[in-house]
Write a new protein. Structure first.
Length: 170
């Protein structure tokens, strides 16, 4: 006589209990990993937009600005040709790039980078008065990882990783 192949109810419940325990241990670290990844991805997106703005100014020979939506970088941004260095797009000027709001991220800026950053065809960032513009954008995540985007007077951009406790004290 052939023996039935399969699991008993006790074996099935034991397996489910072990899986439930493993998931309850892994879930907090998994959600922390997701929060850290969200901050990293947002930093890369903003860094790419800044690089695009600078490169477009250099390649096109036109001054280009990247402006925060409503003065809040976490609410998204727009890239456009800005011959007047005003940080606002003239209706006739087409948008070169647009980014939607970031979720789970807040962005802190220095006083000169709150509304927009303007690049001239040489690749330098300048302020509305024509002075060089160097600054930082600090992306504060909900997890342990946060990042700082720094650009110097030559317009070069770098990213610095850090902990949320260090970069974004509450």
């Amino acid at each position: 006589m052939a023996k039935d192949q399969g699991f008993t109810l006790v074996e099935l419940l034991s397996t489910l209990a072990i899986i439930a325990i493993a998931l309850s241990i892994a879930a907090p670290s998994f959600s922390e990993m997701l929060r850290n990844q969200r901050a990293s991805a947002a930093t890369q997106e903003l860094r790419n937009a800044l690089d695009f703005t600078r490169e477009t100014a250099a390649h096109s020979g036109q001054p280009i600005s990247i402006a925060a939506n409503n003065g809040d970088w976490a609410a998204g941004w727009e890239v456009f040709v800005d011959p007047g260095n005003r940080g606002t797009r003239v209706q006739e000027q087409p948008l070169l790039a647009v980014h939607d709001p970031l979720t789970g991220i807040s962005i802190r800026t220095d006083s000169t980078s709150r509304r927009f950053i303007h690049f001239i065809p040489r690749g330098n960032a300048i302020q509305p008065n024509g002075a060089f513009h160097a600054g930082t954008l600090t992306l504060c995540g909900e997890g342990r990882s946060s990042f700082r985007i720094v650009f110097n007077k030559a317009g070069r951009i770098r990213t610095e990783p850090g902990t949320t406790d260090d970069l974004c004290p509450r």
